[in-house]
Design a protein around this ligand. Structure first.
Ligand code: ADP
Ligand code: MG
Length: 399
């Protein structure tokens, strides 16, 4: 049994040779740490010709972007690897393949996706991947349906809920999404010019009540094995291809959380577009985001209903019309969670490049205000926004 130590580049090469499953592992000769993430080490492993062949990811025992003063469980590597392995079983085309996971080292080796790009950067640059929204909807339907009570035997489901209990990572979401933005909290981060907007969020009982309902759902609604952090920075795209990575927030939670996070990040891009692109390009990108959101939801819904029709095992859940009723509640949750994503990315600890990299300060502040106002409206009005078309109408109403 090896004990945990932090990998050097040489350690990462040795790990990839041992566990990468390549026919000629001795051809792996070098590694470079490329992690731009907030939490972990990520190494690309190169062969003699300088081609990246595998990726090794190792969890650190603390939050990388904060330092050793914020310790964080190494068990998140297990949860990440096992969530991705489970999702890969149900959606192999849209999940990065984990080749090996080593618990003691909190390390995994996975397929290299250097021929893909992180979707967020592509969205910001105005580069469109025509199939991405549908592929994301398909991924979420396949992964979430097959880990839900519609598909799993109740005993197996309960075993899975236990195996994927992820208290420390969930606590981060519980704080950052549902608590911090609504109170004075030193982790919060926003420009001083937005103080009045942030103060209004702290003094808004109807908003707090709606957020309480969403947090309660997040705490208690063990519907399916979520990705848990499916924002556009956890998604690789290439022409005709989309793959989810980075599932260390995976746990059994409400299906609407993953849908809401995904839609929320498309809306954050919508809010930031005028600061990133020229006038006409930005208008086109915005229209495209609205189409993407429609496509994502409709694909998810159609695929989930079709799986439910074919594969629901439980006699009560299989009753005609029930899957559609369930999806109506998923949708309401998703709209609310989407609103919390817009708010927490604007005034909370962690922001998105779609808005944060806007050079013009006034424009950046206007985009942040837009995201806050839209986010608040979605959280509070979620029970009345009963279709994706109604969501789009609301988005248009808020500019
Ligand atoms: P963190 O958990 O620290 O956020 P990520 O899993 O998001 O780490 O990875 C950080 C970065 O490393 C990604 O944005 C991407 O640039 C790179 N990366 C991660 N996984 C792969 C992969 N399988 N292939 C190529 N690059 C990857
Ligand atoms: Mg990441």
């Amino acid at each position: 049994m090896s004990h945990y130590y932090t990998f050097t580049a040489d350690d990462a090469v040795a790990f990839a040779r041992q566990f990468g499953g390549l026919a000629d592992p001795s051809g792996l000769v070098a590694a470079r740490e490329v992690g731009d993430g907030n939490l972990n080490l990520v190494f690309k492993i190169f062969d003699e010709s300088g081609v990246s062949r595998l990726v090794v990811k190792q969890a650190l025992p603390y939050v990388r972007c904060v330092g050793e003063s914020w310790p964080l469980t190494l068990d998140r590597a297990r949860l990440e690897a096992q969530t991705l392995i489970e999702h890969h079983r149900h959606s192999p085309a849209h999940t990065v393949k984990i080749r090996h996971f080593e618990p003691a080292l909190a390390a995994m080796v996975m397929d290299d996706l250097s021929d893909h790009r992180i979707w967020r950067g592509e969205l910001i640059a105005g580069r469109h991947y025509p199939r991405a929204a549908a592929q994301l909807g398909r991924y979420l339907a396949d992964a979430l349906f097959h880990t839900s009570d519609f598909f799993l035997h109740p005993h197996e489901k309960k075993r899975q809920v236990a195996a994927f209990t992820n208290p420390e990572m969930c606590e981060i979401t519980e704080d950052l999404f549902f608590t911090d933005p609504y109170q004075e909290q030193e982790r919060n981060s926003y420009p001083p010019q937005l103080e009045a907007d942030a103060a209004a969020l702290r003094d808004d009982l109807p908003l707090h009540q709606a957020v309480a309902g969403l947090k309660h759902r997040f705490l208690s609604g063990a519907e399916a094995l979520l990705h848990g952090d499916i924002h556009s920075g956890s998604i690789f795209v290439a022409e005709g291809s989309l793959k989810a990575i980075d599932a260390e927030f995976g746990y059994y939670g409400p299906v609407g959380f993953d849908i809401g996070t995904a839609i929320g990040n498309l809306l954050l891009n919508y809010c930031g577009a005028p600061g990133q692109l020229g006038l006409r390009e930005a208008a086109a990108a915005r229209e495209q985001r609205l189409v993407d959101i429609q496509t994502l939801w409709h694909t998810f819904q159609t695929q989930f209903l079709s799986l439910a029709h074919e594969k629901t095992r439980d006699a009560a859940l299989a009753v005609p019309g029930y899957a559609a009723l369930f999806l109506a509640s998923v949708w309401r949750d998703a709209v609310g969670f989407c609103g919390t994503e817009l708010i927490r990315r604007s005034v909370g600890l962690s922001h998105v490049a779609d808005i944060d990299t806007i050079a013009d300060e006034e424009m950046r502040h206007a985009c942040l205000r837009h995201a806050i106002a839209l986010g608040r409206a979605l959280v509070v009005l979620a029970p009345r926004i009963d279709s994706v078309e109604a969501l789009i109408a609301r988005v248009r109403q808020y500019g």
